[in-house]
Ligand binder design. Structure first.
Ligand code: ZN
Length: 216
C-alpha cells in the first residue's frame, strides 16, 4: 500500500488531461500502484465529463467547478498534439513497473548513482530512471525546477520519511534533499524534472557537484 500520493491539484490536472506528458506518465504510473488515487482520478473524470454533458446542477465544490470551468477555456496542451511518443508510454511504463530494466542504457554518475534517460517526446522535462545502490547516498542537491519521483524498486529515505514502491514524491525547486537508498536492494526511481530549454547548462550545473564529489 502506497503512503505518498500526488496532491489533489496534481490529480485534478491529470484527470483534466492538462499535465505535460512526462508528468502525466509519472502520475499514471503511480495510479497503477494506488487504488485510492485511481478512484479519485475516475471520480474527477466523471465530474468533468458530467459537467460537459449535463445541464442539471451537480453538487460539487466551488473550487472544483472553477478549476474545471477554467480548464475548458485553456488551449489544448501542445504536448498532447505533437508527434510525442505518448502512445508508446503505457507499454514503456508497464515494462518499468514490471521491473524490466534490462534493455536500458545506464550512465554512471557516482559510485552510488546511475541514470537512464528515457524519452517522452517532451523536451521540457527530463524523464529518467535513477538507480541508487543499496545503502548509497546522493549528495544533497536542489534542482532548477520541480521534481516528481516515483519509487519502482527498493526504497530510499530522506531523513523525513522513507519511500517504497508506488510512493510518489514532489519536490519544488528550493527543496534540498539528500536521499539515501535503503539497505539490501538497489533503489530504482522514475524521476521527472522540469528542465525548460532555457536552462541549457542544466545537466552540467546539476551534475557538476557529483563530479566534484567523485573526484574529491
Ligand atoms: Zn495514490
Amino acid at each position: 500500500m502506497t503512503k505518498h500520493h500526488p496532491s489533489n491539484d496534481c490529480l485534478m490536472e491529470h484527470a483534466a488531461g492538462s499535465l505535460p506528458v512526462a508528468q502525466a506518465a509519472c502520475v499514471s504510473a503511480h495510479l497503477s500502484y494506488c487504488e485510492r488515487c485511481r478512484r479519485t482520478d475516475s471520480q474527477l473524470k466523471t465530474v468533468g465529463g458530467a459537467l460537459l454533458e449535463r445541464l442539471d446542477p451537480i453538487p460539487v465544490s466551488e473550487a472544483l467547478l472553477d478549476t474545471v470551468l477554467a480548464r475548458l477555456e485553456d488551449p489544448v496542451p501542445l504536448t498532447y498534439t505533437g508527434q510525442t511518443a505518448a502512445a508508446e508510454l503505457p507499454s514503456l511504463l508497464q515494462r518499468l513497473i514490471n521491473g524490466d530494466f534490462s534493455q536500458l542504457v545506464w550512465k554512471r554518475i557516482t559510485r552510488s548513482l546511475s541514470i537512464s534517460y528515457l524519452s517522452t517526446g517532451d523536451t521540457n522535462y527530463e524523464f529518467a530512471l535513477y538507480r541508487i545502490a543499496a545503502g548509497g547516498r546522493i549528495p544533497e542537491h536542489t534542482h532548477g525546477g520541480g521534481e516528481m519521483t516515483l519509487v519502482l524498486e527498493g526504497g530510499f529515505s530522506d531523513g523525513r520519511d522513507s519511500y517504497h514502491p508506488g510512493d510518489f514524491i514532489y519536490r519544488d525547486a528550493e527543496d534540498k534533499h539528500a536521499p539515501v537508498a535503503l539497505d539490501g536492494e538497489d533503489c530504482i526511481c522514475l524521476a521527472v524534472l522540469d528542465a525548460p530549454l532555457r536552462f541549457t547548462g542544466w545537466k552540467h550545473r546539476w551534475l557538476n557537484p557529483f563530479q566534484q564529489l567523485h573526484a574529491g
